[in-house]
Structure formats: C-alpha cells, structure tokens
Design a protein around this ligand. Structure first.
Ligand SMILES: [Zn+2]
Length: 243
C-alpha cells in the first residue's frame, strides 16, 4: 500500500537536533517546525547540508515513515533512494521575521510539557520560568569516530561528546511535581562543543538562559520509543526590544 504523500508548502523551521547516526551508517538530522496547514511537523532523516535552517519557510514533499507512527512525523519523499540529492527537494520560499516570529510562537505556547503529553502531541512549545542549565557527563562516550581509518572522516554525533547539555525548568503553567530535567539536543550547542573544547559550560550563556533582555521559549519533542519522555529541541530566543 502506498504511504500517504503530500507537499507541505508552509513549513517554518524552528529547530534541528545534533546529528545522529542511523543503522545504515548515514549521519542524519531531525528537523522540526510549524505549518499553519498541518500543525507541528517533524522531518527525519535529513542531511546536515539541508536548507532546513531555523526560521526558513520551506516547501517539501513528504510521506509517512512506517517506522514512526507519531502524527507529526514525516520523511522526505525518496529519502533513502535519493539521499545524495535530497536537499534539492527542499525549496526555501521565505524566512519568518519579527514581529511574526514572536506572534506565531506565543500563539503556540502550552502551559506545561505535561499538557502536551496529555494531548498526545509529540511536539510543542512552552514558556520556561526558573530555568537553569547544567552539563551532565556521559559515561558511555562513543569515540568510535576516531577509529575510522578508511574513507572520508565522519561527523561526530551527540554520543561522541563527553558532556550532554541539560535544562532544569518550570513552565509558565507548570503542573509537574518537580522541575523538568531534560536534555537539549540543539545542534548549535554541539557545534559549540565541537569548536570550543574546554569551554562547554559557556553553552548556556550562548543560549541567553539568564539574560533578561531575551525572551525565551522551549521547543520540545518526545522520543519515538519513549513517548512520555520529552527533550528540548531548541531554545527559541530573541531580544525583547527587537522590532
Ligand atoms: Zn511544566
């Protein structure tokens, strides 16, 4: 049976996770955003080179992924057979600018991650209060990457870094018994780690976590194999006085 196919032509990209390696060895990125027509959308797998950059508005032909039943999840049509040229299927049609960014995001805010979970939606936005960041040290660093002696050097994935950035926070209408404690997979955090070894803790300044001049929202998503467990895809942020 052919899977459902359509073109989403009003997708605003909100965030991308750090690269992951899937079973067949491809290094892939999970991208996610919002479509006025289709609601929250997750696209996986995508290439690291894709134009699915934050705030870009794109048109992309998608189909269902038989391995992921979450209603928000899609893959690009032909994502495996046409992997090498997949980026060509994504057409950038614009970029969401202010004041539309904050208008769109504020309208999507849920009171708490718990309410997103109770609605059985796999992506959502919350407004954090009492937020702090911390680094968790991995006990299972996968440095297999350095052992690759043949072929082109591969990109490092999240598992290849010693630290995992995490956020502890309450939502604006939090109903959780304790603060949320979630990892943040934002690609930019891991790019900072890659380029600035030894300065990992500075990643939280980059996110403007404690800078009152910045308005912040968290774009969160659950995990395919653990649907009640959410993580932070990106910290959406902008300067409060941005026109
Ligand atoms: Zn909450």
């Amino acid at each position: 049976m052919p899977s459902e196919q359509l073109t989403i032509d009003d997708l605003v990209l909100l965030g991308r996770g750090a690269p992951d390696r899937i079973r067949d060895g491809r290094i892939t990125i999970c991208a996610a955003g919002w479509s006025k027509t289709h609601g929250f959308v997750r696209i996986y797998p995508t290439r690291t080179s894709s134009p699915l950059r934050q705030w870009n508005q794109v048109a992309v032909p998608v189909e269902r992924n038989p391995l992921d039943s979450r209603p928000e999840s899609w893959k690009i049509q032909g994502s495996k057979s046409e992997w090498n040229t997949l980026d060509r299927k994504i057409e950038v049609v614009g970029e969401l600018k202010q004041p539309d960014r904050r208008r769109v995001i504020r309208e999507l805010v849920s009171p708490c991650v718990n309410s997103i979970n109770e609605s059985r939606v796999s992506l959502g936005i919350v407004r954090p209060v009492e937020m702090s960041g911390f680094l968790d040290e991995r006990t299972d660093v996968d440095d297999g990457i350095q052992l690759t002696l043949t072929g082109p050097p591969q990109q490092k994935t999240k598992q290849g870094y010693r630290f995992q950035p995490r956020l502890r926070y309450r939502c604006s209408g939090c109903t959780a018994a304790e603060s949320h404690d979630q990892q943040i997979i934002e690609w930019g955090c891991y790019e900072w780690f890659r380029k600035n070894p030894g300065l990992e803790a500075q990643v939280f300044e980059n996110l403007r976590l404690e800078d009152p001049a910045y308005e912040k929202h968290l774009f969160v998503g659950n995990q395919a194999n653990h649907r009640v467990s959410y993580l932070v895809i990106t910290v959406l942020r902008w300067k409060r006085d941005t026109p």
